[in-house]
Design a protein around this ligand. Structure first.
Ligand code: RBF
Length: 164
């Protein structure tokens, strides 16, 4: 399979706009913290690398991925932000929680995005095991936190361009 060979966080094919004038929120789940901390590092560093000012990045922890929905909603309700990045990691267990949480988070984040007409980025790993998650959180397949940050910048730029 292609993903077994690839670092998926290679952005050499795309132009990333400057993030210097944008304000970002990051909500990060504390479940599977070793993974989500790495996603946060990747996202934060990517925003700064592309020009975001540290004072324009507001980060909040939430308990689990399910709470990313209300976390994003609260950030957009109370802060003037151009995009929110949601970071989490849901690992398949023995019960059906995996499907319920993944579906709820994907749908919930979409709804928040539509409610505020603001980009809300789905940076949630949904994996069979912890190794697959680590491989995508700064491991051999790159860092999905980086990808979430780049997506946030590009969508913030799109919103800004269309509003002119
Ligand atoms: N949250 C995660 O972010 N990742 C998980 O893998 C995860 N697994 C869970 C498994 C079970 C059985 C339960 C009850 C919760 C799990 N959660 C997980 C927490 C969930 O996102 C949420 O924080 C709690 O359900 C409280 O609303």
């Amino acid at each position: 399979m292609a993903t077994q060979l690839k670092n998926l966080s290679d952005f050499s094919h795309t132009v990333v706009p400057s993030a210097a004038n944008f304000r970002f929120g990051i909500v990060v789940a504390e479940w599977n913290a070793a993974v989500t901390r790495a996603l946060l590092d990747g996202a934060y560093q990517s925003l700064v690398k592309h020009g975001a000012k540290e004072e324009n990045i507001i980060t909040y922890p939430v308990a689990g991925s399910f709470e990313l929905i209300s976390g994003a909603d609260l950030l957009l309700k109370n802060k003037d932000l151009d995009a929110v990045i949601c970071l989490g990691c849901v690992i398949q267990g023995e019960t059906r929680h995996f499907d319920f949480i993944c579906n709820a988070v994907a749908n919930g984040i979409s709804n928040v995005s539509i409610k505020y007409t603001k980009p809300v980025i789905f940076g949630v790993l949904t994996t069979d095991n912890q190794q697959q998650a680590l491989d995508r959180a700064g491991g051999k397949h790159g860092n999905k936190g980086d990808e979430a940050a780049i997506t946030a910048i590009k969508m913030a730029e799109m919103a800004e361009t269309l509003s002119r």
